[in-house]
Design a protein around this ligand. Structure first.
Ligand code: PSU
Ligand code: MN
Length: 311
């Protein structure tokens, strides 16, 4: 390969992301599975643009991650973002899917595992999403545990999320994070958030109250060295924007039944359950999901900004 032809498997940085990283300015990674497979069209595109706008207005550069025609991208242009949101052939790519997607020229949206991997590789230290994947409630039967957890156990990135999706077995997921050595900070709360709900009812061991405190934890972790692991900042959806907990519990039970009856399996489980929740709450779960994501993107931007300030 000549020096002028770039490695076709090297991720492409958007001009905005490249300039920010080069100048030591803050960058926030955003995943694209939530856009392509977690939110209904056409609202997903306006949400994607809104989230990027939130990052910019906080003074950071948004790095939405996706794979298009076999090229991994960290930072998307408007047309690329539109394609991820509108094209139904865009696949769902976890970390393990990246190599086959690149090798076959496929296009796909990246989950938390694939996004965290590509973002960290590009030098982006902060990432915002809605809710992490985790251990599913039927784990004892089907062993369904999101690849998000194990990838985060070996990737040095700070992930701001509203906990893990409440469709999961939350206590089992917290236990797995402990086993894997992934740090969890409650942001302004001693209770682990419940994605659509402000609280899952499960305690967290550590609570922080400001972006600066999060940055101190990031610095202490870096100073200690050791194997790279993620730091999870668990940021609850504001109580007045959460889904009504009784409605949540009722429709979740119905959605889980529907999932079992229709034998939905593998990668389809999470999008199926999110869609079921949305239909069965007349869209109320969607609003709670969006409120959580917005809050996470805003907080991740403040953390990214604080992280580049001289101490
Ligand atoms: N957060 C949301 N909506 C989503 C997801 C997160 O608010 O759709 C996505 C993320 O991409 C996460 C994925 O990595 O769901 C988990 O999928 P699975 O359970 O198949 O690993
Ligand atoms: Mn799964």
């Amino acid at each position: 390969m000549s020096q002028n032809s770039p490695d076709p498997y090297e991720p492409v940085l958007s001009a905005e992301v490249r300039a920010a990283l080069g100048a030591g300015r803050p960058v926030v990674a955003l995943e694209s599975t939530i856009i392509a497979h977690g939110l209904p069209r056409p609202r997903n595109l306006s949400v994607a643009l809104e989230l990027e706008g939130l990052v910019r207005s906080a003074g950071a550069a948004p790095a939405t991650v996706a794979v298009l025609d076999g090229r991994a991208h960290v930072g998307l242009g408007a047309e690329q973002l539109e394609r991820v949101a509108a094209d139904p052939s865009v696949r769902k790519l976890g970390h393990r899917d990246l190599a086959p997607a690149l090798a076959t020229g496929a296009s796909g949206a990246t989950t938390v595992s694939a996004t965290a991997f590509l973002a960290a590789r590009a030098g982006v230290g902060v990432f915002a999403t809605g809710g992490l994947g985790g251990v599913h409630r039927e784990w004892a039967v089907d062993q369904d545990e999101s690849a998000d957890l194990r990838l985060l156990a070996r990737t040095g990135i700070t992930v701001v999320c509203a906990g893990v999706k409440s469709i999961l077995d939350v206590p089992a997921t917290l236990q797995r994070l402990e086993t894997l050595g992934v740090g969890v900070l409650g942001y302004g709360t001693g209770l682990f958030p419940g994605f659509y709900l402000s609280s899952s009812g499960e305690p967290v061991d550590w609570t922080v109250h400001s972006p600066e405190e999060v940055v101190e934890v990031i610095r202490a972790k870096a100073a200690l060295g050791g194997p790279p692991t993620a730091l999870i900042v668990a940021n609850p959806v504001p109580e007045d924007e959460q889904l009504d907990p009784r409605l949540h519990d009722r429709v979740l039970a119905e959605a889980l039944d529907a999932c079992r009856e229709r034998a939905v399996a593998g990668q389809a489980v999470t999008p199926f359950l999110l869609d079921q929740l949305m239909r069965r709450t007349d869209g109320a779960s969607l609003e709670a999901n969006l409120a959580a994501v917005r809050g996470n993107v805003a907080l991740a931007s403040r953390i990214a900004v604080a992280a580049v300030e001289p101490r």
